[in-house]
Design a protein around this ligand. Structure first.
Ligand code: ATP
Ligand code: MN
Ligand code: MN
Length: 305
């Protein structure tokens, strides 16, 4: 694992224009992960993370008290926010106009650290093209008591259906309980098409294997099954950004993995900041993700409707 030197974190923060106040403040109870450690973490993962976050409207999860007990979502500018977290209008937004936050460099990530941001969540579209998703996400949410083996098999099943439809996908350990299966798209289909496709796919799996899957959000009905959360795929909905830290005990991170190594992981929070930083120095486990050119066509959507 990486050692994430807090001294280096503080120094590079300064070099990119962010002064870390309270660099020694512990951000995760019972760990040695301080604000300066988190700055060092984002230095380590920036090269891999920035292509996933730049120009995406953000929702930030900020901690208020240093013990992960009280966090809040922030989607809009607040007074005193560092300039590296940009605030502006969505371009070419059909319908209502709205302002959003985004970052596009290491300074933006570290400015988040300075503001006690523990999670960066992203839209599935760019701020310059907010009406057309460039990725969709299948968020697998297991009921309590289900093991990670079930989650992994669900991810492989979703991959199988997508593959049969001609769509390549990549798995993300969420850093929490589940796995996200992510499908990059050439932005041609709109949000309505994306959302109905994801709902159709979730319902197809729930119909085929009702003992394992449910496509309905109700926690009461989940009972020993996995909710295939297609609701991440509406305009303005977010999912955790690859490489983001999580506001969960143990300082776990959302980490991209390759399909062939997925079976080797024992949990969705297998990587803490030290292990994730080390992984970021290795070849990208999502080889091909940014190169694939696939369109969510009417033919594909019709095939599972
Ligand atoms: P886990 O694997 O433990 O489920 P997760 O990140 O998938 O972790 P979910 O609760 O399933 O957590 O939520 C999926 C995504 O939906 C989140 O990553 C987040 O972007 C978004 N989300 C969930 N709850 C909220 C909320 N209250 N406000 C805004 N976005 C939310
Ligand atoms: Mn989830
Ligand atoms: Mn969910």
């Amino acid at each position: 694992t990486a050692n994430l030197d807090p001294g280096m974190g503080k120094e590079i923060a300064g070099a990119v224009g962010v002064t870390l106040t309270h660099p020694d403040k512990v951000m995760y109870p019972d760990t040695r992960v301080t604000k300066a450690t988190l700055a060092a973490y984002y230095v380590a993962v920036a090269e891999k993370m920035l292509p996933h976050i730049e120009d995406r409207p953000l929702s930030l999860v900020r901690d208020t008290d240093g013990d992960l007990q009280k966090t809040f979502f922030q989607k809009h500018k607040l007074p005193g926010m560092p300039k590296a977290i940009h605030d502006g209008r969505l371009e070419k937004m059909s319908g209502k106009e709205s302002r959003v936050l985004w970052v596009d460099d290491l300074a933006g990530l570290i400015a988040g650290v300075q503001m006690n941001v523990l999670e960066f969540h992203v839209w599935g579209s760019l701020r310059q093209q907010p009406d057309l998703p460039h990725r969709i996400v299948f968020d697998i949410d297991p009921d309590e008591g289900l093991g990670f083996d079930d989650v992994k098999q669900a991810a492989l099943d979703i991959r199988g259906v997508l593959e049969a439809l001609g769509l390549q996908s990549w798995p993300l350990l969420s850093g929490g309980k589940g796995v996200h299966v992510i499908v990059p798209l050439v932005p041609e289909a709109d949000w309505e098409a994306a959302k109905s496709f994801c709902q159709d796919l979730a319902e197809l799996l729930a119909r085929t294997d009702p003992s394992r899957f449910i496509a309905n959000m109700s926690k009461a009905k989940r009972k020993g099954r996995m909710f295939l959360d297609y609701l991440r795929n509406g305009q303005g909905a977010t999912a955790i950004c690859p490489w983001s830290t999580r506001a969960r005990s143990g300082a776990s991170c959302a980490v991209p993995v390759a399909w062939d190594e997925l079976p080797t992981f024992k949990s969705a929070n297998a990587f803490d900041v030290f292990a994730a930083a080390a992984r970021a120095q290795e070849p990208d486990p999502w080889k091909g993700y940014f190169d694939v050119e696939q369109v969510l066509t009417e033919r594909i959507r019709k095939a599972i409707r």
